[in-house]
Design a protein around this ligand. Sequence first.
Ligand code: CA
Length: 724
Amino acid sequence: MGRIRTIFFILSAASLAACGRSPDQSAAASTETPVAETVKTSSPTFAAVDAARLSKAADDLDNWLSYGRTYAEQRYSPLDQINDENIDELGLAWAVELDTNRGQEATPIIVDGVMYVSTAWSKVMALDAATGEVLWKFDPENIGAKAAHACCDVVNRGVAVWNGKVYVGTIDGRLIALDAATGSKVWEAVTVDQEKPYTITMAPRAVKGKIIIGNSGAEMGVRGYVSAYDAETGDLVWRFYTVPGNPADGPDGAASDKALADLALPTWHGEWWTLGGGGTVWDSVVYDEEFDQLLVGVGNGAPWNHEYRSDGKGDNLFLSSILALDPDTGAYKWHYQANPGETWDYTNTQQITLADLEIDGETRKVLMQAPKNGFFYVIDRQNGKLISAEAYVYQNWAARIDLDTGRPIEKPNARYIDGPQMVLPGGIGGHAWHPMSYNPGTGLVYIPAMTVPLVYERNDGYEIHYGRWNTGVTFTDPPETPELTGDLAARRAQMRAMQKGYLIAWDPVAQAPRWTVERDWPWNGGTLATGGNLVFQGLPNGEFEARAADDGKLLWSFQSHRGIIAGPATYRVDGEQYVAVLGGYGGGPGMATPDANNKYIPPNGVIMAFKLNGEETLPIYEPVSRPAPAPSSETFTDAQVATGQEKYITFCMICHNGPTNPELDRTPYMRDAEAWRAIIIDGALEDNGMASFRDYMNAHEAEAIRAYVNTLARALAEKESNPE
Ligand code: CA
């Protein structure tokens, strides 16, 4: 039991995963969906966004036209009607309850008084940005079982808009164009092999008449790529694979062929293609207008463990890299790889922000990134040359980043080859997808950062389970190290104490923090910087905060009763400034860890907009307790329980350990052998997101899991009836 609890904790720490959807609570958005006829016009009334308008987005104070507000993705708005002097008067202007308590990660887009936003399960809504009136809703009707392929919840980070259309990527791998006026579908493209464990959670980007979209799935085992589709027709224009395929299959006939053959292939060994190699492009894609290039963040390897992926040899390009591509053709321009031979789930998919920085008396055109590995990188975006890199959170895997070679100097056993190693940051990263913001006035980057350690050990019994988690790593008990001392219980406690969140105001020129706010929970919301000397951030405890941008002082806070992880946006309608954010806890930790208040079932998500003198209130929050554990009185054999435990660790707990999905030690199905089998083997709840596991186990093994879950429930019932 102790070991299992430890594994729970460590998985929690890694914030691994996601699967089945909890039964959706009441669909409660404020109005029904009027579906009007699609009207084709040459200049659209809704989402009238084109290249010229996106180019000037920084000066367009009323609107938030793309994921990070402008192509530079600074998430900074000069709006200062709401500011550090009148923030006391900020109140709720409107709120719309969403249809599920799954994670809400989207940043809304606002065009001419209309808000376009995606929600969990890749649904899309259009709302009146001043009143919250719902104009239309769209449900892509996903393949429910694809939820089991989503490492980190059925989240969606946002839409793109272009020429009267709204674009969304779906959890089952489609790219869909909607009429911005009506929400009706204009075209749909299947962007992945849906038999494979690909998903999409990222916001598409609209660039030069094309819609750019990547995908997720490297934890399960896929080959990553990024694609460009014609915005009007949905035809594929180009595709760039980030890692080589099986050489026996020959070139892909894709934009990446030459770069893969010349640069990447020589850096791979073994039979990496068996699991695809990874390298998914699952979040950050930025258009750099000045150099007419797309900057693409590339993710971790599949499996994580470099020894299993590539015989422990080679840099494995273009994993953990930033790629610069020609937006018209997808042709390679340059790359920078942060982690050669990636082996920790260190991705470079984190937000890429463009800026002009004054460095040593010279104006440098840079990109800035705080990837998972804990270092803040400032890179010359003309050529990909590293300018500087310093740790923005505590890290223990590298001595430093060599500025001449751009490569890290790794510390002994960072690669856990000589035994288990506690590594910081762990796989969840020092910073994940949560948006950061950059205020050119203060010169500071506001990073939602965290320290969550993970103990890595080579999984000696590693076997591939196609379509399920494949890391080649065992998440094990903390070993004794200079950082962890005492007996096992003491070391576990020390590891738990390391789990913190931070809001860091980082000076990218000095490469040092200006101020830092410590949080007692790691998984905090994205940030927004405004001209009112403000930084906005939501928290998993439901608070939505505003702090002074220059010194970090807390100025204002609003309790929303559900964890906030998304990035906020700000905009203006009829001269009035609004700040909007989605509430709804989830993502990886929503699957894998207890939430900040683990007594209650998380309520449905909500979209909230605030303005000065806003006087709305949220619906009264009535906490709903989690079901009490109610185990069966049946007798199970020790052998059953042991088999069940092994299967449970391999297949179940990655998705069923946190607040977002049903907690198996509280499910009533544990008392019903027939229902249990129907769900696990026959897929009775597939439409809800709980896939059948018939490809991974037989009915006896499924029953063994039920035996084990009953032992968990008995222990939990005992604990809850004897609270400490
Ligand atoms: Ca990953």
